[in-house]
Design a protein around this ligand. Structure first.
Ligand SMILES: [Cu+2]
Length: 455
Protein backbone atom coordinates (compact mmCIF):
# COMPACT_ATOMS: atom_id res chain seq x y z
CA UNK A 1 0.00 0.00 0.00
CA UNK A 2 2.68 2.43 1.10
CA UNK A 3 5.00 1.53 -1.75
CA UNK A 4 2.33 2.00 -4.38
CA UNK A 5 1.52 5.35 -2.86
CA UNK A 6 5.19 6.32 -2.84
CA UNK A 7 5.71 5.41 -6.46
CA UNK A 8 2.62 7.41 -7.30
CA UNK A 9 4.03 10.35 -5.34
CA UNK A 10 7.46 10.15 -6.91
CA UNK A 11 6.02 10.25 -10.41
CA UNK A 12 3.67 13.15 -9.79
CA UNK A 13 5.23 14.61 -6.62
CA UNK A 14 5.49 18.18 -7.80
CA UNK A 15 1.87 18.30 -8.85
CA UNK A 16 0.36 16.54 -5.90
CA UNK A 17 -0.61 18.53 -2.85
CA UNK A 18 -0.71 17.53 0.80
CA UNK A 19 -2.55 14.22 0.70
CA UNK A 20 -5.13 12.74 3.00
CA UNK A 21 -3.83 9.54 4.59
CA UNK A 22 -6.21 6.61 4.25
CA UNK A 23 -6.91 4.17 7.06
CA UNK A 24 -4.72 1.45 5.55
CA UNK A 25 -1.77 3.83 5.26
CA UNK A 26 -2.25 5.04 8.83
CA UNK A 27 -0.68 1.83 10.17
CA UNK A 28 2.57 3.02 8.66
CA UNK A 29 2.54 6.33 10.52
CA UNK A 30 5.33 6.87 13.06
CA UNK A 31 4.45 7.42 16.71
CA UNK A 32 3.82 10.99 17.86
CA UNK A 33 5.92 11.57 20.99
CA UNK A 34 4.51 14.05 23.48
CA UNK A 35 6.18 16.31 26.02
CA UNK A 36 4.33 17.95 28.90
CA UNK A 37 7.22 19.61 30.78
CA UNK A 38 8.09 23.24 30.16
CA UNK A 39 11.74 22.84 31.11
CA UNK A 40 14.39 23.13 28.42
CA UNK A 41 15.27 19.65 27.16
CA UNK A 42 18.87 18.78 26.27
CA UNK A 43 19.71 19.03 22.56
CA UNK A 44 18.65 16.01 20.47
CA UNK A 45 22.01 14.68 19.27
CA UNK A 46 21.62 12.91 15.91
CA UNK A 47 22.13 9.15 16.13
CA UNK A 48 21.71 8.49 12.40
CA UNK A 49 22.34 10.34 9.18
CA UNK A 50 24.71 13.27 8.68
CA UNK A 51 26.26 14.99 11.70
CA UNK A 52 25.11 18.40 12.92
CA UNK A 53 25.18 20.53 16.02
CA UNK A 54 21.61 20.29 17.43
CA UNK A 55 19.80 23.36 18.72
CA UNK A 56 18.45 24.03 22.21
CA UNK A 57 14.77 25.01 22.26
CA UNK A 58 14.22 27.37 25.17
CA UNK A 59 11.66 25.73 27.49
CA UNK A 60 11.00 23.19 24.79
CA UNK A 61 12.31 20.21 22.87
CA UNK A 62 13.06 18.77 19.44
CA UNK A 63 10.83 16.16 17.83
CA UNK A 64 12.34 12.67 17.41
CA UNK A 65 11.99 11.16 13.93
CA UNK A 66 12.43 7.84 12.22
CA UNK A 67 14.13 6.99 8.95
CA UNK A 68 11.99 5.05 6.52
CA UNK A 69 13.25 4.13 3.08
CA UNK A 70 15.36 7.25 2.85
CA UNK A 71 12.71 9.58 4.26
CA UNK A 72 12.97 11.39 7.61
CA UNK A 73 9.50 10.95 9.09
CA UNK A 74 7.90 13.12 11.77
CA UNK A 75 4.43 13.05 13.28
CA UNK A 76 2.83 16.24 14.57
CA UNK A 77 -0.48 16.18 16.43
CA UNK A 78 -2.41 19.45 16.59
CA UNK A 79 -4.29 19.42 19.90
CA UNK A 80 -5.44 21.41 22.93
CA UNK A 81 -2.67 21.67 25.56
CA UNK A 82 -2.17 23.17 29.01
CA UNK A 83 0.94 25.34 29.11
CA UNK A 84 2.44 26.74 32.30
CA UNK A 85 3.33 30.33 31.31
CA UNK A 86 5.35 30.68 34.53
CA UNK A 87 4.96 29.13 38.00
CA UNK A 88 1.56 30.33 39.25
CA UNK A 89 -0.12 30.57 35.88
CA UNK A 90 -1.35 28.00 33.40
CA UNK A 91 -3.08 28.63 30.10
CA UNK A 92 -5.42 26.57 27.96
CA UNK A 93 -3.69 26.78 24.60
CA UNK A 94 -3.61 24.88 21.34
CA UNK A 95 -0.31 23.39 20.26
CA UNK A 96 1.40 20.28 18.99
CA UNK A 97 2.44 17.04 20.74
CA UNK A 98 1.58 18.20 24.25
CA UNK A 99 2.95 21.74 24.18
CA UNK A 100 2.72 25.24 22.83
CA UNK A 101 4.85 25.93 20.93
CA UNK A 102 5.16 22.57 19.23
CA UNK A 103 8.45 20.69 19.17
CA UNK A 104 11.33 22.00 17.07
CA UNK A 105 11.90 20.07 13.86
CA UNK A 106 15.57 19.60 12.96
CA UNK A 107 16.63 18.25 9.58
CA UNK A 108 19.70 18.46 7.35
CA UNK A 109 19.99 20.20 4.00
CA UNK A 110 19.01 17.70 1.32
CA UNK A 111 16.90 15.52 3.64
CA UNK A 112 13.72 14.09 2.18
CA UNK A 113 11.21 15.03 4.88
CA UNK A 114 7.77 13.50 5.42
CA UNK A 115 5.56 15.02 8.11
CA UNK A 116 2.29 13.44 9.19
CA UNK A 117 -0.11 15.96 10.72
CA UNK A 118 -3.03 14.65 12.79
CA UNK A 119 -5.77 17.08 13.74
CA UNK A 120 -7.21 16.62 17.24
CA UNK A 121 -8.64 20.14 17.37
CA UNK A 122 -12.37 20.89 17.22
CA UNK A 123 -11.92 22.70 13.88
CA UNK A 124 -9.97 22.26 10.65
CA UNK A 125 -6.31 23.22 10.42
CA UNK A 126 -3.25 23.01 8.14
CA UNK A 127 0.47 23.66 8.52
CA UNK A 128 2.39 26.24 6.56
CA UNK A 129 6.17 25.66 6.47
CA UNK A 130 7.32 29.28 6.76
CA UNK A 131 10.39 30.07 4.63
CA UNK A 132 10.76 26.68 2.90
CA UNK A 133 11.27 26.01 -0.79
CA UNK A 134 8.76 23.31 -1.59
CA UNK A 135 6.16 22.21 -4.13
CA UNK A 136 3.25 24.64 -4.05
CA UNK A 137 0.83 21.92 -2.91
CA UNK A 138 2.91 21.37 0.25
CA UNK A 139 2.73 25.02 1.32
CA UNK A 140 -0.17 24.44 3.71
CA UNK A 141 -2.55 27.29 2.89
CA UNK A 142 -6.09 26.07 3.54
CA UNK A 143 -8.35 26.61 0.57
CA UNK A 144 -5.51 27.82 -1.66
CA UNK A 145 -3.12 24.87 -1.85
CA UNK A 146 -5.01 22.13 0.02
CA UNK A 147 -8.33 21.45 1.74
CA UNK A 148 -8.36 22.06 5.51
CA UNK A 149 -7.40 19.04 7.63
CA UNK A 150 -10.71 18.20 9.31
CA UNK A 151 -10.90 17.10 12.97
CA UNK A 152 -9.79 13.48 13.19
CA UNK A 153 -7.99 13.48 9.83
CA UNK A 154 -4.27 12.99 9.19
CA UNK A 155 -2.50 14.63 6.25
CA UNK A 156 1.00 14.03 5.00
CA UNK A 157 3.43 16.66 3.73
CA UNK A 158 6.54 15.71 1.75
CA UNK A 159 9.37 17.89 0.54
CA UNK A 160 13.13 18.11 0.34
CA UNK A 161 14.77 20.47 2.85
CA UNK A 162 16.55 22.45 0.17
CA UNK A 163 18.14 25.34 2.02
CA UNK A 164 19.94 25.33 5.38
CA UNK A 165 18.55 27.92 7.75
CA UNK A 166 15.99 29.13 10.25
CA UNK A 167 12.29 28.52 9.67
CA UNK A 168 9.03 28.04 11.53
CA UNK A 169 5.71 26.29 11.11
CA UNK A 170 2.20 27.46 11.91
CA UNK A 171 -1.38 26.93 10.72
CA UNK A 172 -2.76 28.71 7.67
CA UNK A 173 -6.35 28.01 8.72
CA UNK A 174 -8.48 30.21 11.00
CA UNK A 175 -5.16 31.92 11.60
CA UNK A 176 -6.13 34.63 14.04
CA UNK A 177 -7.71 32.04 16.32
CA UNK A 178 -5.08 29.32 15.96
CA UNK A 179 -2.00 31.50 16.36
CA UNK A 180 -3.58 33.48 19.21
CA UNK A 181 -4.05 30.07 20.85
CA UNK A 182 -0.36 29.22 20.55
CA UNK A 183 -0.06 27.03 17.44
CA UNK A 184 3.49 27.40 16.14
CA UNK A 185 6.83 25.68 16.15
CA UNK A 186 10.47 26.18 15.17
CA UNK A 187 12.23 24.50 12.25
CA UNK A 188 15.99 24.34 11.71
CA UNK A 189 17.59 22.94 8.57
CA UNK A 190 21.25 22.28 9.37
CA UNK A 191 23.85 22.69 6.62
CA UNK A 192 25.04 19.48 4.97
CA UNK A 193 28.64 20.48 5.76
CA UNK A 194 28.64 20.72 9.59
CA UNK A 195 31.67 23.03 9.53
CA UNK A 196 29.56 25.74 7.83
CA UNK A 197 28.01 28.34 10.17
CA UNK A 198 29.36 26.29 13.10
CA UNK A 199 28.68 27.58 16.60
CA UNK A 200 29.13 26.02 20.04
CA UNK A 201 25.62 26.75 21.34
CA UNK A 202 22.55 27.38 19.27
CA UNK A 203 19.34 28.51 21.02
CA UNK A 204 15.93 28.91 19.39
CA UNK A 205 12.66 30.48 20.49
CA UNK A 206 9.48 32.02 19.09
CA UNK A 207 7.88 35.25 20.28
CA UNK A 208 4.17 34.93 21.02
CA UNK A 209 1.63 36.99 22.94
CA UNK A 210 -1.60 36.08 24.72
CA UNK A 211 -4.49 38.07 26.12
CA UNK A 212 -5.55 36.18 29.23
CA UNK A 213 -7.55 38.03 31.87
CA UNK A 214 -6.30 37.57 35.45
CA UNK A 215 -8.19 34.64 36.95
CA UNK A 216 -9.00 33.06 33.59
CA UNK A 217 -7.16 30.40 31.58
CA UNK A 218 -8.05 30.86 27.91
CA UNK A 219 -6.68 33.61 25.64
CA UNK A 220 -9.08 36.10 24.09
CA UNK A 221 -8.38 35.53 20.43
CA UNK A 222 -9.74 38.71 18.86
CA UNK A 223 -7.23 40.96 20.63
CA UNK A 224 -5.03 42.96 18.24
CA UNK A 225 -2.66 44.96 20.42
CA UNK A 226 -3.40 44.90 24.13
CA UNK A 227 -1.94 41.55 25.09
CA UNK A 228 -1.30 40.70 28.72
CA UNK A 229 1.29 37.93 28.36
CA UNK A 230 4.42 38.57 26.28
CA UNK A 231 6.22 35.28 25.91
CA UNK A 232 9.21 33.40 24.53
CA UNK A 233 8.07 29.92 23.62
CA UNK A 234 4.86 30.56 25.56
CA UNK A 235 6.76 31.32 28.79
CA UNK A 236 7.07 34.64 30.66
CA UNK A 237 9.87 35.68 33.00
CA UNK A 238 10.62 34.33 35.57
CA UNK A 239 9.35 31.19 33.80
CA UNK A 240 11.88 31.49 30.95
CA UNK A 241 14.97 29.35 31.46
CA UNK A 242 18.39 31.06 31.34
CA UNK A 243 20.60 30.66 28.26
CA UNK A 244 23.64 28.94 29.77
CA UNK A 245 26.89 29.32 27.80
CA UNK A 246 30.55 28.63 28.38
CA UNK A 247 32.98 31.55 28.31
CA UNK A 248 34.61 31.66 24.89
CA UNK A 249 31.71 29.91 23.14
CA UNK A 250 30.43 31.14 19.83
CA UNK A 251 26.71 31.50 20.51
CA UNK A 252 23.79 31.73 18.11
CA UNK A 253 20.28 32.72 19.16
CA UNK A 254 17.53 32.28 16.58
CA UNK A 255 14.28 34.17 17.16
CA UNK A 256 11.03 34.17 15.18
CA UNK A 257 8.18 36.61 15.74
CA UNK A 258 4.57 35.37 15.59
CA UNK A 259 3.05 38.21 17.62
CA UNK A 260 1.16 41.23 16.24
CA UNK A 261 3.97 43.74 16.86
CA UNK A 262 7.74 44.14 16.55
CA UNK A 263 10.19 43.27 19.32
CA UNK A 264 13.61 44.94 19.63
CA UNK A 265 15.64 42.16 21.25
CA UNK A 266 18.51 43.55 23.33
CA UNK A 267 21.54 41.74 24.77
CA UNK A 268 23.66 43.13 27.58
CA UNK A 269 27.44 42.91 27.93
CA UNK A 270 28.23 41.82 24.35
CA UNK A 271 27.69 42.99 20.81
CA UNK A 272 26.35 40.63 18.20
CA UNK A 273 25.83 40.39 14.48
CA UNK A 274 22.68 39.36 12.66
CA UNK A 275 24.01 36.43 10.63
CA UNK A 276 20.83 35.22 9.00
CA UNK A 277 17.10 35.56 8.53
CA UNK A 278 14.38 33.17 7.44
CA UNK A 279 15.39 34.23 3.94
CA UNK A 280 18.92 32.86 4.29
CA UNK A 281 22.42 33.58 5.59
CA UNK A 282 23.81 37.12 5.47
CA UNK A 283 27.25 37.37 3.80
CA UNK A 284 29.96 38.30 6.32
CA UNK A 285 30.74 41.51 4.45
CA UNK A 286 27.14 42.70 4.93
CA UNK A 287 26.98 42.28 8.72
CA UNK A 288 27.41 45.01 11.29
CA UNK A 289 27.64 45.07 15.09
CA UNK A 290 24.50 45.63 17.16
CA UNK A 291 23.31 45.25 20.73
CA UNK A 292 19.62 45.41 19.79
CA UNK A 293 17.89 44.04 16.74
CA UNK A 294 14.28 44.63 15.86
CA UNK A 295 12.32 41.56 14.88
CA UNK A 296 9.28 42.49 12.83
CA UNK A 297 6.03 40.56 12.63
CA UNK A 298 6.54 37.31 10.73
CA UNK A 299 10.33 37.76 10.69
CA UNK A 300 13.13 35.60 12.00
CA UNK A 301 16.67 36.62 12.96
CA UNK A 302 19.83 34.70 13.85
CA UNK A 303 22.16 36.66 16.11
CA UNK A 304 25.69 35.49 16.89
CA UNK A 305 28.30 36.61 19.41
CA UNK A 306 31.41 35.43 21.21
CA UNK A 307 30.60 34.93 24.88
CA UNK A 308 33.70 36.73 26.12
CA UNK A 309 32.35 38.31 29.29
CA UNK A 310 31.52 36.15 32.32
CA UNK A 311 28.38 37.19 34.18
CA UNK A 312 24.60 37.18 34.26
CA UNK A 313 23.66 39.26 31.25
CA UNK A 314 20.06 40.33 30.68
CA UNK A 315 18.51 39.59 27.29
CA UNK A 316 15.09 41.11 26.71
CA UNK A 317 12.65 42.91 24.47
CA UNK A 318 13.42 46.63 24.75
CA UNK A 319 9.75 47.66 24.80
CA UNK A 320 9.30 48.11 28.52
CA UNK A 321 5.64 47.02 28.42
CA UNK A 322 6.81 43.70 26.98
CA UNK A 323 8.96 42.94 30.03
CA UNK A 324 5.84 43.00 32.17
CA UNK A 325 3.12 40.50 32.84
CA UNK A 326 -0.62 41.18 33.17
CA UNK A 327 -0.90 44.93 33.66
CA UNK A 328 -3.49 47.64 33.78
CA UNK A 329 -2.77 50.47 31.34
CA UNK A 330 -4.75 53.15 33.17
CA UNK A 331 -2.32 53.72 36.04
CA UNK A 332 -1.69 57.48 36.46
CA UNK A 333 1.89 58.67 36.91
CA UNK A 334 2.02 60.15 40.42
CA UNK A 335 5.77 60.82 40.50
CA UNK A 336 6.35 64.15 42.25
CA UNK A 337 2.84 64.37 43.66
CA UNK A 338 2.52 64.63 47.44
CA UNK A 339 -0.10 62.01 48.18
CA UNK A 340 0.23 61.92 51.95
CA UNK A 341 -3.09 63.64 52.76
CA UNK A 342 -4.97 61.57 50.16
CA UNK A 343 -3.48 58.36 51.50
CA UNK A 344 -4.56 59.16 55.04
CA UNK A 345 -8.13 59.69 53.87
CA UNK A 346 -8.23 56.58 51.67
CA UNK A 347 -6.61 54.31 54.25
CA UNK A 348 -9.46 55.21 56.56
CA UNK A 349 -11.79 53.63 54.00
CA UNK A 350 -9.51 50.94 52.46
CA UNK A 351 -6.89 49.81 55.00
CA UNK A 352 -4.71 48.01 52.39
CA UNK A 353 -4.49 51.00 50.02
CA UNK A 354 -1.01 51.73 48.68
CA UNK A 355 0.46 54.60 46.77
CA UNK A 356 2.52 54.25 43.62
CA UNK A 357 5.21 56.59 42.46
CA UNK A 358 6.02 58.87 45.35
CA UNK A 359 6.79 56.75 48.36
CA UNK A 360 10.14 55.35 47.28
CA UNK A 361 8.41 52.12 46.29
CA UNK A 362 8.20 50.88 42.72
CA UNK A 363 5.74 48.77 40.77
CA UNK A 364 8.03 45.77 41.16
CA UNK A 365 8.02 46.15 44.93
CA UNK A 366 4.25 45.78 45.18
CA UNK A 367 3.12 42.69 46.96
CA UNK A 368 -0.59 42.84 46.36
CA UNK A 369 -2.81 39.81 46.62
CA UNK A 370 -3.31 38.46 43.08
CA UNK A 371 -6.39 36.80 41.67
CA UNK A 372 -6.08 33.09 40.95
CA UNK A 373 -3.99 32.11 37.89
CA UNK A 374 -2.13 35.27 36.95
CA UNK A 375 1.38 36.66 37.30
CA UNK A 376 2.59 39.80 39.01
CA UNK A 377 3.41 42.60 36.54
CA UNK A 378 7.09 42.60 37.38
CA UNK A 379 8.80 40.02 39.48
CA UNK A 380 11.77 37.66 39.78
CA UNK A 381 14.29 37.58 42.61
CA UNK A 382 17.98 38.08 41.84
CA UNK A 383 20.98 37.92 44.16
CA UNK A 384 20.57 41.64 44.95
CA UNK A 385 16.76 41.82 45.29
CA UNK A 386 13.77 42.07 43.00
CA UNK A 387 14.59 42.02 39.29
CA UNK A 388 11.30 43.85 38.52
CA UNK A 389 10.83 42.20 35.15
CA UNK A 390 8.29 39.95 33.52
CA UNK A 391 7.36 38.89 30.01
CA UNK A 392 10.10 38.76 27.38
CA UNK A 393 13.15 38.68 29.64
CA UNK A 394 15.81 36.10 30.37
CA UNK A 395 19.47 35.87 31.33
CA UNK A 396 22.50 34.78 29.31
CA UNK A 397 24.68 33.12 31.97
CA UNK A 398 28.30 33.13 30.78
CA UNK A 399 30.52 30.88 32.90
CA UNK A 400 34.06 29.63 32.67
CA UNK A 401 34.87 25.94 32.31
CA UNK A 402 31.44 24.44 31.62
CA UNK A 403 31.31 21.07 29.88
CA UNK A 404 30.40 21.20 26.19
CA UNK A 405 26.86 19.93 26.70
CA UNK A 406 26.20 21.43 30.12
CA UNK A 407 23.07 23.61 30.02
CA UNK A 408 22.24 23.33 33.74
CA UNK A 409 21.47 26.60 35.51
CA UNK A 410 24.77 27.43 37.27
CA UNK A 411 23.05 29.75 39.79
CA UNK A 412 23.83 33.46 40.15
CA UNK A 413 27.12 34.93 38.97
CA UNK A 414 29.65 35.47 41.73
CA UNK A 415 31.17 38.80 40.78
CA UNK A 416 34.84 39.34 41.67
CA UNK A 417 35.30 41.46 44.79
CA UNK A 418 35.16 45.18 44.09
CA UNK A 419 33.47 44.76 40.68
CA UNK A 420 29.87 45.45 41.75
CA UNK A 421 28.29 48.92 41.82
CA UNK A 422 27.93 49.98 45.44
CA UNK A 423 26.67 52.83 47.54
CA UNK A 424 29.05 55.78 47.89
CA UNK A 425 29.64 56.42 51.58
CA UNK A 426 32.28 59.14 51.35
CA UNK A 427 31.80 62.89 51.30
CA UNK A 428 29.48 64.60 48.85
CA UNK A 429 30.20 68.00 47.28
CA UNK A 430 27.75 70.72 48.25
CA UNK A 431 25.03 71.31 45.61
CA UNK A 432 24.83 74.92 44.47
CA UNK A 433 21.36 76.14 43.55
CA UNK A 434 20.06 79.61 42.71
CA UNK A 435 16.86 79.00 44.57
CA UNK A 436 14.82 75.98 45.50
CA UNK A 437 11.90 77.17 43.43
CA UNK A 438 13.78 78.06 40.26
CA UNK A 439 14.57 75.81 37.33
CA UNK A 440 18.02 76.16 35.67
CA UNK A 441 16.49 78.57 33.11
CA UNK A 442 15.20 80.79 35.89
CA UNK A 443 11.52 79.96 35.32
CA UNK A 444 9.60 79.55 38.53
CA UNK A 445 8.13 76.11 38.96
CA UNK A 446 6.06 74.35 41.59
CA UNK A 447 5.45 77.48 43.68
CA UNK A 448 3.31 77.45 46.76
CA UNK A 449 1.47 80.76 46.84
CA UNK A 450 1.95 82.83 49.97
CA UNK A 451 1.48 86.41 51.07
CA UNK A 452 4.94 87.59 50.09
CA UNK A 453 4.47 86.46 46.48
CA UNK A 454 3.32 89.40 44.40
CA UNK A 455 1.75 89.46 40.92
CU1 LIG B 1 8.52 43.26 22.63
Amino acid sequence: MTSSRRSFLSSTGALLGAALVTKAQAAAIPEAPSQAHATTQPPLVPTAGPDYNPVVTLNGWSLPWRMKSGWKEFHLVAEPVVREIAPGMKANLWGYNGQSPGPTIEVVEGDKVRIFVTNKLPEHTSIHWHGQRLPNGMDGVTGLTQPGIKPGQTYVYEFVAQRPGTFMYHPHADEMMQMAMGMMGFWVTHPKDPSLHRVDRDFVFLLSAYDIDPGSYTPKVSTMLEFSMWTWNSRSFPGIDPLVVRKGDRVRIRVGNLTMTNHPIHLHGHSFEVTGTDGGWIPETARWPEVTTDIGVGQMRNIEFDASEPGDWAIHCHKSHHTMNAMGHKVPNMVGVDQSEVVEKITGLIPDYMVMGDTGGSMGGMEMPLPENTLPMMTGQGPYGGVEMGGMFSIVKVREGLARNDYKDPGWYKAPKGSVASQWKGEMPATKRKSSTASPSGDVVNVKRNQSHQH
